[in-house]
Design a protein around this ligand. Structure first.
Ligand SMILES: C[S@@+](CC[C@H](N)C(=O)[O-])C[C@H]1O[C@@H](n2cnc3c(N)ncnc32)[C@H](O)[C@@H]1O
Length: 286
């Protein structure tokens, strides 16, 4: 396992993914009844933006770094993005950004006393750091465990409401096969959970095949969002989120958020986004 998220924390892909995770957590908080968060590939939980790894790539400067300085953007965009900005420490006093929270820390900041979370991480050092972050939080269990095993083992959660984040590094050749089979196992045990699956789009055919798999396996409601930052630089430019059973408010929120987010994070004129249904109520959209 070579991947370390400390090289990438706060980059455009994190910003995109975490903004929608925050919208989903806020939706779950609308009801008093408890929810559960399961993060299968949790990472370290919290990142130092001045560490050697972050400095080596400086990816965060073109991600969360750009959000610190934006001004004069549409009001409904600002209202929707505000909870994320507060959560990552961007506030009105213009403090420099020193840290970035990973998905576990973001989840923990929106969880209430009654909510619970399980965070899995397989890399020994990342897992140690993750455990240290949450050692004193009784709502949270951190496990040094293969997240795909956790996905099958912890379904359905007793709360019967909640969010499952599946965010692998896509280092392994068979990652998508493992992801799909573990997701399908979990979905069959808990078909009403909200699932967020992050993936890199290196080949447009990959996206099409993934959606066809969802349809063929009778997954019903799946919203697909993708963000392409464009530009000439090497490296990841295009990423997607498949959101199974999204809150009914999320498609409209995405329509408000994506145009401005794309503009803020763009690295070239060819930047763009897509919002569509991979599967809507049992029908494939294309
Ligand atoms: C993209 S990072 C996660 C980022 C995190 N979800 C966030 O948004 O802040 C992927 C993480 O998965 C871990 N990982 C890789 N394979 C794993 C597996 N089979 N089970 C659990 N964790 C794994 C890596 O060590 C890495 O920390």
């Amino acid at each position: 396992m070579n991947y370390r998220h400390s090289f990438h924390a706060g980059n455009f892909a994190d910003v995109f993914k975490h903004i929608f995770i925050v919208r989903i957590l806020l939706y779950l908080c609308l009801k008093e009844s408890p929810f559960r968060v399961i993060d299968t590939h949790a990472g370290e939980g919290f990142y130092d933006l001045n560490c050697e790894e972050a400095n080596r790539t400086s990816e965060w400067r073109h991600g969360v770094g750009r959000l610190r300085d934006f001004k004069g953007i549409d009001k409904s965009f600002c209202d929707l993005i505000q909870p994320y900005l507060c959560c990552v420490g961007i506030n009105e006093n213009d403090q420099p950004l020193a840290h970035y929270p990973g998905s576990p820390m973001i989840a923990s900041r929106f969880m209430r006393q009654q909510d619970r979370a399980i965070f899995c991480e397989l890399h020994p050092e990342a897992s140690r750091l993750l455990r240290r972050q949450f050692a004193h939080d009784k709502r949270i269990k951190t496990l040094h465990l293969d997240g795909y095993l956790g996905l099958g083992a912890f379904m359905p959660p007793k709360e019967r409401r909640g969010l499952v984040l599946i965010d692998p590094p896509f280092e392994q050749k068979d990652e998508i096969t493992r992801l799909l089979s573990s997701f399908l196992l979990a979905y069959r045990k808990w078909p009403t959970g909200i699932y967020v699956i992050w993936y890199p789009i290196k080949d447009p055919d990959f996206d099409r095949k993934l959606c066809a798999e969802f349809f063929n396996n009778n997954i019903t409601r799946t919203l697909r969002l993708s963000l392409n930052i464009g530009g000439q630089a090497d490296g990841l430019k295009n990423t997607g989120l498949l959101i199974v059973n999204p809150p009914f408010t999320l498609e409209d929120e995405a329509q408000e958020l994506m145009p401005f987010l794309t503009r803020l994070l763009a690295q070239g004129e060819d930047a763009g986004y897509q919002i569509d249904w991979a599967v809507r109520e049992g029908k494939i959209e294309r």
